[in-house]
Design a protein around this ligand. Structure first.
Ligand SMILES: [Zn+2]
Length: 398
């Protein structure tokens, strides 16, 4: 699993970490390492008094977990240079990984059956992704691009992983790519609409991943309904940025005048939006690119090519922690307005944009807040996951 990606530098918080350079047999252990940085294709390893060594890659280890950049990472990891930046990769047993995902994705105080449901979907998704990682140096990314992960899982997460050990979701005997998100807002999305279903990603068209009418009690969740406002000129700048980053005509949009939903899925969730601008141009975008475009910032971002192995990174499943700072209140500063899902209505009037939205995340598969509410109602983990992926069954991994 990749635990750090595209870092210019990694600072060790504890100089007691063992840093091993070189291959087995000729390995050298360095002491007192403080930081590493990328220089061309090499790692520069620095101590208190300057450079200690250069290497293509190093191994870090500490029995209590490697502490770096203010985070606790797994006990053993390899740092290497990739595309002139540093990345850190750790190898973990699947159950330890699942517990780390459950810790990062759900609150420890949530009911046990919700945490167990999360364990089953996290495990299914992980095994599915590992099988298609191919020659990539890592199988899974420890961020919302795949699944959030934290080292040092909670007791509740360890118990949930253990109680569901080895269980996954199957559809006609095939492992399901169990996408999930924070709050569906009451309307599910289909994986194929979200990320496409080509020959390589035909799994996105599995019936359990298609939107259908379902009961989802996520009404009390934060961002079940939300609102974002910004100036039309700000929206224009964001759309232009996204257009330029992705080589789209959108890069030439004027100030937006109108925005309409022009296509909806079988449960009413928007699938396409049409924008017009002040010089009469028209632009059509699918729902997810539209959301990304509304949030685009003029800075370096990882484009779609950042995850060559994935059909598209799923939208952040979410981190159920409170987000500190202005992002927790999108209305606090219009310049920081965040579009939390791709299910919204947009009004533009007198140079101001008002976006009324539903939910947080992509809306495909399990809804985490809905699963929590069903668990509160006494549903078992199996019943919860089979509810959110209709037709799929819980079974041991094939
Ligand atoms: Zn929901």
């Amino acid at each position: 699993m990749r635990v750090i990606r595209r870092a210019a530098e990694i600072t060790l918080d504890d100089p007691g970490v063992w840093v091993t350079v070189g291959a087995e047999g000729a390995a050298q252990v360095l002491h007192g390492v403080r930081a590493m940085r990328a220089e061309g294709e090499f790692l520069v390893i620095a101590g208190e008094r300057g450079e200690l060594a250069h290497a293509a890659s190093v191994e870090l280890s500490h029995p209590a977990g490697v502490r770096a950049d203010g985070r606790v990472l797994p006990a053993r990891l390899r740092v290497r240079v990739s595309d002139q930046r540093l990345e850190a990769i750790a190898e973990l047993p699947i159950e330890q990984y699942v517990a780390g995902v459950v810790s990062a994705e759900m609150f420890a105080h949530w009911p046990a059956s919700a945490l167990q449901a999360q364990s089953i979907v996290a495990r299914s998704y992980a095994i599915h992704e590992c099988a298609r990682a191919g020659a990539r140096a890592w199988h899974l990314d420890g961020s919302t691009s795949h699944q959030s992960f934290t080292s040092g899982p909670t007791e509740a997460a360890l118990a949930a992983a253990d109680q569901t050990r080895g269980l996954v979701l199957l559809y006609h005997g095939e492992l399901l790519r169990t996408y999930y998100s924070s709050v569906c807002g009451g309307r599910a999305a289909s994986a194929a609409d979200q990320w496409g279903a080509t020959r390589e990603t035909a799994f996105n068209d599995a019936p359990p991943l298609r939107a259908c009418e379902r009961r989802c009690p996520c009404d009390d969740a934060p961002r079940h309904r939300w609102r974002a406002t910004m100036m039309a000129t700000e929206l224009r700048d964001r759309l232009r940025t996204y257009g330029a980053q992705n080589g789209l005509q959108l890069a030439a949009i004027g100030t937006p005048r109108t925005c309409h939903v022009i296509d909806r899925n079988e449960v009413g969730r928007p699938m396409r939006y049409r924008l017009t601008d002040d010089v009469g141009q028209t632009f059509e975008l699918r729902a997810e690119p539209m959301r990304l475009a509304c949030n685009a910032e003029p800075r370096e971002v990882d484009g779609p090519g950042a995850f060559p192995g994935s059909p598209a990174a799923p939208l952040p499943p979410f981190t159920p922690r409170s987000r500190p700072g202005p992002a927790s209140d999108p209305d606090a500063d219009p310049s920081l307005a965040t579009v939390w899902s791709n299910d919204f209505e947009m009004r533009i009037s007198r140079g101001e944009v008002t976006i009324e939205g539903r939910g947080f995340g992509h809306g495909v598969g399990l809804c985490q807040y809905g699963a929590k509410a069903l668990a509160d109602d006494g549903w078992t983990a199996t019943r919860i996951v089979e509810h959110y992926y209709p037709g799929a069954v819980v079974a041991p991994a094939p």
